[in-house]
Design a protein around this ligand. Structure first.
Ligand code: C5P
Length: 327
């Protein structure tokens, strides 16, 4: 089973006070963009304990499902090579959200004694603030549900997704959505037309908890997230000039304080005529809105030539959510 799952950009990320559970109350508008990870799950013969090989001690209670992971593509080290220090490596163990997603589907579907191989072809930049790990988890939920014929409802899958992370429910549905709570409670949003985005990827990652901590350090007295009215109104017009002017990210200032070079990247995109420019989520990727595909290509070329970004990518939005593309 192969599933394709999209990256996202936050058109609006309003951050409120820190809650008792450590999360922040947010009001966010998410749009799925046409950068995808492809996740293929394959059932392997044999029992879970056999994955450890004959020399390993046999566990008294083998895991209900054993998962092996193979990762290729964007931001991953070539086979046999040591990863560079500034490249974030996707984990292949149970720290990988997709592995945890597979285990949750197995539990919900009553699957025991299965072996699973999970091949992840990454097209979404790693540790970029574009929710690539969340897309993989959403993809694994859909792929495992199909593989095991579990027949879990969209509601059940969304509930499992929310347990995995605040950003995991969105790539299940894709499109454009309003997120509240810690960002996991979604409702669809009217979005007219097609938007052309350019993403400038920085070297290395930026830790989401660290950016939220930096937000708290300065914005401690905040009682409400910034409301999303301007972005929601702009989306109903299909006018990229209006949308560009309405973009908001309350995590942008803290992200720039932690990584001042991001301010230079945003200024470069604005200087090249972007209709809007903002840090994507908690960063470090910067997102730029273009008027059309041709404008997007010019912006991408200018940003690549500036030498301020490690990689530049173009994408169209809104994109569909996690979709089964083959079995
Ligand atoms: O939900 P997720 O595991 O993706 O969140 C990662 C971290 O980001 C949390 O541990 C928390 O520090 C921060 N976060 C937050 N408020 C949110 C979402 C995430 O403080 N609404």
């Amino acid at each position: 089973m192969t599933v394709r799952a999209p990256a996202k950009v936050n058109l609006h990320l309003g951050v409120g006070p820190r809650r008792a559970d450590g999360y922040h109350e947010v009001v966010t508008v998410l749009q799925a963009v046409s950068l995808y990870d492809e996740l293929t799950v394959t059932a392997l013969p044999g029992a879970p304990g056999e994955l450890d090989g004959p020399d390993e001690p046999t566990a008294a209670d083998p895991p209900p499902v054993a998962v092996t992971v193979e990762i290729t593509g964007e931001g991953t080290a070539p086979a046999g090579a040591e990863p560079a220090d500034d490249v974030s490596v996707v984990p292949t163990d149970s720290d990988n959200l997709a592995v945890r997603a597979a285990l949750l589907v197995a539990e919900a579907a009553g699957i025991r004694g299965a072996r699973l191989h999970l091949a992840l072809a990454k097209g979404i930049p790693v540790a970029a603030g574009m929710a690539g790990g969340s897309a993989d988890a959403a993809g694994a939920l859909v792929a495992c549900d199909a593989l095991w014929g579990a027949g879990l409802s969209a509601e059940t899958l969304a509930g499992l997704a929310a347990r995995l992370g605040s950003d995991v429910p969105f790539p299940l549905t894709g499109g454009t959505a309003l997120g509240v709570g810690r960002g996991e409670r979604l409702s669809p949003v009217t979005s007219v037309g097609e938007y052309h985005w350019v993403f400038a990827l920085a070297d290395g990652g930026l830790s989401t908890p660290a950016v939220y901590r930096e937000f708290d350090r300065v914005d401690d007295g905040r009682t409400e997230p910034t409301p999303a009215d301007a972005v929601l109104a702009a989306l109903t017009t299909g006018d990229p000039v209006r949308l560009g002017a309405a973009l908001v990210n309350d995590l942008q200032a803290p992200a720039i304080r932690l990584r001042p070079a991001l301010g230079d990247v945003l200024a470069a995109g604005q200087g090249l005529g972007a209709l809007g420019a903002l840090v994507s989520g908690s960063g470090p990727t910067c997102a730029f809105l273009a008027g059309d595909a041709e404008h997007g290509a010019q912006l991408a070329a200018g940003l690549a030539a500036s030498g301020l970004a490690r990689v530049v990518r173009q994408a169209v939005a809104p994109a569909p959510g996690a979709t089964l593309i083959t079995d």
